[in-house]
Design a protein around this ligand. Sequence first.
Ligand code: ADP
Length: 460
Amino acid sequence: MRTLYVKFTVITLTIFIVSSFLAFFIANAYYQKSLKPYNDEKITNFALSITEFIEEHPDLNLSSYLDTIASIGYQIYLIDESGEDTFFGAPFRKVNLEEATKEYVLDGNIYHGIINFPSELFVTGFFANELKNSIGAPFNHDDTTYGLFLRPDIKLLFNEARFLLAWTLLFTVVLSIVLFAFSMVYLVKPISKLTQATKLLAEGDYHVEIASGRKDELGELSRSFSRMANQLEKMEDFRKEFISNISHDIQSPLSNIKGYTNLLENDSISKEEKEQYLGIIQNETHRLSSLTKQLLLLASLDRTDDMMDKKPFNIGEQLKELVRNHQWQAGEKGIMMSYVLPDDIEIIGDPSLLNTVWDNLLMNAIKYNKPNGTVEISVEKKGNSVFVTFKDTGIGLSEKEVERIFERFYRADTARSRTIEGTGLGLSIAWTIIKLHGGQINVQSKENEGSTFTVELPVG
Ligand code: ADP
């Protein structure tokens, strides 16, 4: 089946038809089991009360009395012992009474034609307008023996009710089909909208709006879809920005290298110039190398956290080692480094990845410091957390800059940063590593006064 709409319609109509048939057969079984004996008994009693009444009233005009009975809704067949017969009321469709039956009644017996009528479907059973489908009772009148056969005139009794019932049924069926068809449109419409939106999304159009005020599952599906489209759009923007940043950061050192290599080819340059150009080429190569290293690290951190090699280690010792390694850089800028690094704090984590974090934070504290500034490093254990703090007296950051420094490639205040080497990836790598360890990084900073980066890590 092609569409959901057709599917729903066919399934519901099938259920409708099957249940109608089932209801019909159950009603039929009920008729055969209960209603048929009850009808037989009821009509027998009525026939007997008629015959009794006739016998009790010998002066009665038999044919006008039977006419009256017929007019209230009965079909009557009367036969006397000489074989003369008369019909009262509506005609029987089939006059199929056997001679033996007539004899049987005239001999004084009661004939139960209704209960013994063949067990066909109740429409043909209950409504079968046949003389055989009647009750026969004998009586005496004017010294003559009669056989009275009678059955209710269903047509007369049910004529109006039957039409009413038939029309109601027909209207119910037609109305339910029409209403059902409309309700299916309501049900299926959001799905068609979603399909349309999915196609647009696949073609790269992320501005799909499928507003739905519905509170059901389909409404929820539409809202989730809109959220997903927004998310995809953000990711796509991010991807484009990321690629353009990488291209720019790779392109500029490459063109520098190319430019200075060309200059080196010139034989007329002095020894000093040659050394200067080689120095620039070396720096740019170093920049490219650290950029690719950082990119590789970011990509591997994004892929999975399985690569982490977690083990217990002494964080104080690790930081002391780090300070020793950067002492000369700080000394070059006249920066004083002080620290409070207790020897007894152990945490469980990946020492190599965490070292990358400390390295970046300390390098930034030195790089973005003022000449003759200070850097304070401390480790402190509070409850189940360890706090590592890097406090500098550097250029600081504005509130807006603080909000963005963990974004990939973001470098605050480009005019000042331009003179300082960097890729804008260090803090986003640090942030990812700390998140992988279940910790967080907080920044407090004031422009021109300095910044404090605090890393909170769980001990275990
Ligand atoms: P970068 O390679 O540029 O240092 P980071 O991701 O480490 O990249 O830092 C992002 C930006 O955040 C830096 O370019 C700098 O503008 C700002 N920043 C980082 N640390 C400090 C700090 N201690 N003081 C002032 N600004 C900082």
